[in-house]
Design a binder for this molecule. Structure first.
Ligand SMILES: Nc1ncnc2c1ncn2[C@@H]1O[C@H](COP(=O)(O)OP(=O)(O)OP(=O)(O)O)[C@@H](O)[C@H]1O
Ligand SMILES: [Mg+2]
Length: 297
């Protein structure tokens, strides 16, 4: 299987050119309609290896439908979607399944199977492969449980006995069961209190560093967005308006961006970005020959 290497899109003036990046997801000219209703209209998006790309947009703007098409759960009306260089619409069932094993999903709905214990929920993707003996599956699932910060004591609990934060962690452990290179997270911190949400963010950061994951995330939570995203793709007017680091995104003149990032909540969340006013950043770049090379969060 091949992955395409492309040069970065021309950066806005004043930013430093990045090295060429490997594209793991390439969405081109995507149109999605449900009957008469248009959700996506010639939408384009690239996701690069190793980045955290977040997707934001109003409720009903098509974030979940976009993720569902990228993972092959929903078919585009037209256009192409390539993941790891493979055109999803051209794959037969067996090759699509092989590709699916290379990514993990933590979706907005349907977090855990309520009739299965924690360990059986995590083991499910491995059992479905039907290639490993059960003792190995249990051992691997326990490792995943520990990877997300839970312990063997939690293995036999039922989902109804878990806190909201623990449910998210178990769902993440299941998403990581097949050791994916790519994970999709749809509203991963929704419903968590601020502390649990911060813990989850720290966990994703650590996993990304340790496992070299590429993360595609949909979130309404501005703090999570600011803390984790390398780039943010804004879905508006049935398209991806822009996919840029937050610092660059906020300069785009569009009502959604104004309302979302420059309102009171957005301003507050963005205080968590490394605080360097533009003039100070320019001075720092000038004074530091090998200074930081991007404005990414
Ligand atoms: N299977 C379907 N049949 C018909 N319409 C659908 C279907 N799935 C989604 N839609 C519609 O597509 C639009 C986009 O839905 P989607 O769930 O992607 O929104 P979203 O951006 O994820 O919203 P939210 O932020 O509320 O989760 C909505 O108008 C929704 O009603
Ligand atoms: Mg959604």
């Amino acid at each position: 299987m091949t992955t395409a290497t492309t040069a970065t899109a021309t950066p806005p003036s004043g930013t430093v050119q990045h090295a060429p990046r490997t594209t793991v997801i390439e969405v081109r000219d995507l149109v999605k309609r449900f009957g008469e209703a248009v959700v996506h209209d010639h939408l384009n998006l690239d996701v690069y290896r190793g980045e955290v790309l977040s997707i934001v947009g109003g409720s009903g703007s098509g974030k979940t439908v976009l993720l569902r098409q990228i993972v092959g759960l929903e078919r585009p009306t037209s256009g192409t979607i390539r993941v790891f260089g493979e055109d999803l619409t051209k794959l037969d069932a067996a090759r699509l399944q092989a590709l699916r094993n290379r990514w993990g999903l933590q979706f907005q709905r349907g977090a855990l199977f309520s009739a299965l214990s924690v360990i059986d929920n995590i083991a499910l993707p491995l059992r479905e492969l039907r290639t490993l003996p059960d003792d190995l599956i249990c051992a691997a699932s326990l490792l995943k449980l520990q990877l997300v910060g839970l312990s063997a004591r939690d293995a036999d609990k039922m989902p109804s006995d878990l806190s909201g934060g623990m449910i998210k962690r178990v769902a993440l452990a299941r998403a990581l069961a097949l050791e994916p290179e790519l994970v999709f997270l749809d509203e991963p911190t929704a419903g968590l209190d601020p502390m649990a949400s911060d813990d989850y963010v720290a966990l994703i950061r650590e996993l990304r560093r340790e496992l070299g994951l590429t993360v595609v995330m949909v979130t309404h939570d501005l703090d999570t967005l600011v803390a984790l995203s390398d780039r943010v793709a804004v879905l508006a007017d049935h398209k991806v308006l822009a996919a840029l680091p937050i610092r660059e995104l906020v300069h785009i003149d569009h009502p959604f961006i104004h309302e979302y990032f420059l309102g009171e909540r957005g301003q507050r969340a963005m205080q968590a970005l490394p605080a360097l006013p533009d003039a100070a950043r320019a001075a720092k770049h000038a004074a530091t020959p090998a200074g930081p090379q991007s404005g990414e969060a």
